[in-house]
Structures are given as structure tokens and as C-alpha cells.
Ligand binder design. Structure first.
Ligand code: ATP
Ligand code: SF4
Ligand code: MG
Length: 378
């Protein structure tokens, strides 16, 4: 087992936590939790983010920021979720915890379907799935001490008043702070300490799943490593499942067992993290990997694929394959590939064991970067 502490990120080529990636074969058509029993299941979720208010011209057309996403997270495992800004990661995460309402699809906790719009469903979600925000300040009430914030969560869990002080002490120590921090207000803490408090508050309800939405991107690099180490320890000790959203592909690789790649509201590739990082099958994943300073990839391949154009708006997604307007091997460079314009590719298993949604999956490898699309030397 390689050293996975975060004093730096793992050495190039280190194995995933699940060991042999082929030992966890995903199911066809979704980003399933491999061989483990799933705790959180997201089924074919669609989320309309168009304003619900009627205008002079009637109800606006739907805007699906999440459009048919299926994912699953098992206890003790981390599913990394990556994709460029605006692709729908937070909308997906916010819908899972009931902040946004889905237009269709289902969320299950184990076998039970939960509907966040009902009081029962909202309760089930609150007690099972907790959100760790990018900015912990946003999730902490500035007018409440740490003790008061934890107390509120413990009360919600039904912990008797007499036991709450002891539990608050345990929680704060578990995240690496100590009892004298309990009676201070959030403004008295550094960003890293605030994130620890945000995590303690999330843990107070004894959740089974944490959704971590860019939990370290606002922190100094040295502090990032400490928080990642803490998350890793908590996951392993408490058997938590994580949906871990981040832009930093090295962090995702370090922490995740599996990874899902999102583009314009859809999952375009998913699978065991080492398989996807070693041999991405979707051209968008290849582009993401090539633009990231992942040590093993940077030293192996000096070419960098630069995607042209911006992410299209979910208001008006391209027909067929949503990536076709930027794809280096699609109809822009190969006009005969009309199938990319006409038919949306579905997630299907590839020979290397992951799922990819591309009519020409696997055609573009990292080593082929030098000859495909727009590229530049590092
Ligand atoms: N309430 C809203 N009203 C209108 N559009 C929205 C709303 N929430 C999200 N969107 C749109 O949905 C898309 C997805 O946004 P989202 O915040 O989920 O992306 P993201 O992947 O989390 O991006 P980032 O990496 O920057 O956090 C974007 O086009 C965004 O503009
Ligand atoms: S389906 Fe076509 S446009 Fe889409 S990613 Fe594959 S090759 Fe590119
Ligand atoms: Mg986001």
C-alpha cells in the first residue's frame, strides 16, 4: 500500500485505495459504486435551473444544468467529481441535499427513495447526507459560538441536553481542535480552522455520506493538505462515503477510489480512478488531464491539449454529442463524423474497464495529443 498521507500528493503511478482497479467493475450505463453496496444512489437526475417565475412571455424554457446523471457512492469510498466551471457539479450536489429540487430522476439512501420536498424525505437526507462547503464561513452562523452551532446539530439528532457538552468536546477534538475553541465565534478562526469546524458540524448529525464541494480550494496550499488528511482519516475511521468535488485533479486522484467526469450537465466518463487517469477514454477527459499538472502525466507527456471555445450554455446545448463543438476528434476536424451531430452517445463500458460516452471512445489517448487538435508545448 503506498503512502497516501498528504505531505505532498502520492507518487506517480501509486495505486488507488481499492487496489486493482479491475477489481471494481462498474455497471453499464452509470457511475456505480463498483463492487461495494451503495449508500447514496442518484438515478437519472435532471435539474432545471430556469427561474420559475412567469414573465410577460410565459414560463421560461427549462435549463437543465444537470441532465440525466446517475452516480452511486458506497460507505468508506470516495467518488471524485470533476469538470470545468459551470458544468453542473454544485447543482447536482445541492440537489442531493435538497437545496435544489430535481425535475425528474431519483435519489436513494440505500434502497429507500427519498423525496426532499416532503418533511420526511428532507429529514432523512439531513440525517444521512451532509454538505461541506467551499467557504465554511457561509455554513457557520457568525453570531453563534462553535458550541452553539454544534449544539443545534446535536439537538437535531436528538442527543439529550446533558450529553451535548461531552459530544461537542469529542467532535471538536476529532477534527483536530480542542475544547477551548468551543466558546469562540467563527471570525476568531483561520480558514483552515473554520473548515474543521464546518466538518465537525457536519459530523454532529452522524451522517453516512459527506458531499465535499471544493472543500479546500479557498485555503492555503499547506492547509489544504491538512484538511484532505483529516477528511481521509474521518472517512476511514467512520466508514463515510464521500462525493468529492474539486478542480485539482491531483487532490481528486489522491482521495478518490472512482472518478466521474462531467461536461455540460452529463457524466461523460467514469471509473476506477487509476484506470481513468492512466488511460482516459473520452476526449474531454484527455483534455482535462493534459491541462492539469499531475506529476506522472506531466513528465510522461509534454504536450498540452488546449480546448478551444467556452463551455456552451445549458440553455442551448449542442445536438447529438454535447462536446462536439470543442471536440478535437469530432466533426470540427472530421466532418464525416455526422453521428456526433445527430446522436447523443451513451455511457458504455470500454475495454479498459471504465465507462465513456463517446462514439469513438478510446481513439484519442494521452500519447496521441501531439497529433490531434490544438496543442502546445509546456
Ligand atoms: N439558480 C440558478 N439560476 C440560473 N442558472 C443557474 C443556477 N444555478 C446554476 N445555474 C447554471 O447552471 C450551470 C451549472 O452551475 P454549477 O454552479 O452547478 O456549476 P459548477 O460545475 O459547480 O461550477 P464551478 O466549478 O464554477 O463551481 C451554470 O451554467 C450556471 O450558470
Ligand atoms: S461523440 Fe464525437 S464529438 Fe462527442 S466526444 Fe466522441 S468523437 Fe467527440
Ligand atoms: Mg460549483
Amino acid at each position: 500500500m503506498p503512502d497516501r498521507t498528504m505531505e505532498g500528493f502520492p507518487s506517480p503511478g501509486s495505486a488507488s485505495r481499492s487496489g486493482d482497479p479491475s477489481g471494481s467493475v462498474p455497471r453499464s450505463g452509470d457511475a456505480g459504486s463498483g463492487s461495494l453496496a451503495p449508500l447514496l444512489v442518484i438515478e437519472d437526475l435532471r435539474v432545471n435551473v430556469a427561474s420559475d417565475r412567469r414573465s410577460l412571455f410565459g414560463r421560461p424554457d427549462p435549463v437543465y444544468a444537470v441532465d440525466g446523471v446517475s452516480l452511486a457512492v458506497a460507505g468508506g469510498e470516495t467518488l471524485g467529481l470533476v469538470g470545468e466551471s459551470g458544468c453542473g457539479k454544485s447543482t447536482l450536489a445541492r440537489t442531493v441535499v435538497g437545496i435544489n429540487q430535481p425535475s425528474s430522476g431519483a435519489i436513494r439512501i440505500g434502497p429507500e427513495r427519498v423525496d426532499a420536498s416532503t418533511p420526511n424525505g428532507a429529514n432523512t437526507l439531513r440525517s444521512t447526507v451532509q454538505y461541506v462547503f467551499q467557504d465554511p464561513y457561509a455554513s457557520l452562523n457568525p453570531r453563534r459560538t462553535v458550541r452553539q452551532s454544534l449544539d443545534e446539530a446535536l439537538e437535531m439528532r436528538g442527543v439529550p441536553r446533558a450529553e451535548r457538552a461531552a459530544e461537542a468536546g469529542e467532535l471538536i477534538r476529532r477534527v483536530g481542535l480542542n475544547d477551548r475553541h468551543l466558546d469562540r465565534y467563527p471570525h476568531a478562526f483561520s480558514g483552515g480552522q473554520r473548515q474543521r469546524i464546518g466538518i465537525a458540524r457536519a459530523l454532529a448529525v452522524q451522517p453516512q455520506v459527506l458531499i465535499c464541494d471544493e472543500p479546500v480550494s479557498a485555503l492555503d496550499v499547506s492547509i489544504q493538505a491538512q484538511i484532505i488528511n483529516l477528511l481521509e482519516t474521518l472517512r476511514d475511521e467512520l466508514g463515510l462515503g464521500y462525493l468529492f468535488i474539486a478542480h485539482d485533479l491531483s487532490v481528486v486522484r489522491h482521495l478518490s477510489d472512482r472518478v466521474a467526469v462531467m461536461y455540460l450537465g452529463k457524466i461523460v466518463e467514469s471509473g476506477p480512478v487509476e484506470a481513468v487517469y492512466a488511460a482516459p477514454q473520452h476526449p474531454y477527459t484527455v483534455a482535462l488531464m493534459s491541462s492539469s499538472p499531475i506529476p506522472s502525466i506531466a513528465t510522461r507527456e509534454r504536450e498540452r491539449l488546449v480546448l478551444t471555445g467556452d463551455l456552451p450554455s445549458p440553455k442551448n446545448p449542442p445536438s447529438g454529442c454535447r462536446f462536439r463543438t470543442r471536440c478535437p476528434i469530432g466533426p470540427i476536424t472530421n466532418p464525416e463524423r455526422q453521428i456526433c451531430v445527430e446522436k447523443a452517445p451513451v455511457l458504455a463500458e470500454t475495454p479498459s474497464g471504465q465507462l465513456a460516452a463517446c462514439h469513438f471512445a478510446g481513439e484519442m489517448s494521452m500519447s496521441a495529443l501531439a497529433t490531434a487538435g490544438s496543442h502546445e508545448k509546456e
